[in-house]
Write a protein of this length. Structure first.
Length: 179
C-alpha cells in the first residue's frame, strides 16, 4: 500500500484519482487544490509519492511543476509523478535532475490524455514510488527537441545539463512510458 498525495485543482479529476487509488489499495493521505497546500501536506503526511498537475492556482502556469521540483530536492524519498495535459520543457529537465545526486529516480511525467489504461497508471505510480521512472514518450520527445533547439542557439549550462539528464533517462532501462 502506497501513501499518496494528490495535487489537482479540478475537483472531478482529484476525486476520481482519490477513488481510483483507494480501489487499488492505496491510501490517499492528502488531496490538495494548489501547490502551497501540497507542500504543507508533504511536510505533515510524508507520502511515498505525489501525483501533481502542472498548472494550478493561483496563476495556472507552472506552480505544480515548481512544487514537484521542490519536493524532489527537499524530500528525495518521496516520488513525484507529474500528471498533466501540458509539457513544460523549461522545468521538466530540472525535475529529472532535482533529487540529490541529479538522477531521475523516483520521477514520472505522464500526459493525462495519453493514459489509456488505469492499471498502467497505477503501475507507473508504484514504479515511481519505488524509485523508478515513468515518462510519456511524448515528454521525452519534446525535451529532446527543446534541447536540440538550445544546442543550435547559445544556451545556459543548466539547460544543456537537462539535455544530458533527459538523454540518459531516455536511454536507460528504467525509462518507461504509458500510452
Amino acid at each position: 500500500m502506497l501513501r499518496v498525495a494528490i495535487a489537482e485543482d479540478s475537483v472531478l479529476l482529484r476525486e476520481g484519482l482519490t477513488r481510483l487509488l483507494a480501489e487499488a489499495g492505496h491510501e490517499v493521505v492528502a488531496a490538495a487544490t494548489d501547490a502551497e497546500a501540497l507542500m504543507r501536506a508533504v511536510e505533515a503526511c510524508t507520502p511515498d509519492v505525489c501525483v501533481i498537475d502542472v498548472r494550478m492556482p493561483p496563476t495556472f502556469t507552472d506552480e505544480g511543476l515548481r512544487a514537484a521540483i521542490a519536493i524532489r530536492r527537499d524530500h528525495p524519498a518521496t516520488g513525484v509523478l507529474v500528471f498533466s495535459q501540458y509539457i513544460e520543457t523549461r522545468y521538466a529537465a530540472d525535475l529529472l535532475g532535482a533529487a540529490p545526486g541529479g538522477g531521475a529516480a523516483g520521477v514520472g511525467y505522464l500526459l493525462k490524455d495519453r493514459v489509456g489504461d488505469v492499471d498502467e497508471f497505477v503501475e507507473a505510480l508504484s514504479r515511481v514510488a519505488a524509485g523508478g521512472t515513468a515518462l510519456d514518450p511524448e515528454v521525452v520527445t519534446q525535451l529532446l527537441r527543446a534541447s536540440r533547439r538550445d544546442t543550435l542557439n547559445p544556451a545556459s549550462r543548466q539547460e544543456r545539463s537537462g539535455y544530458t539528464r533527459c538523454t540518459a533517462t531516455a536511454e536507460g532501462s528504467a525509462c518507461h512510458g504509458v500510452a
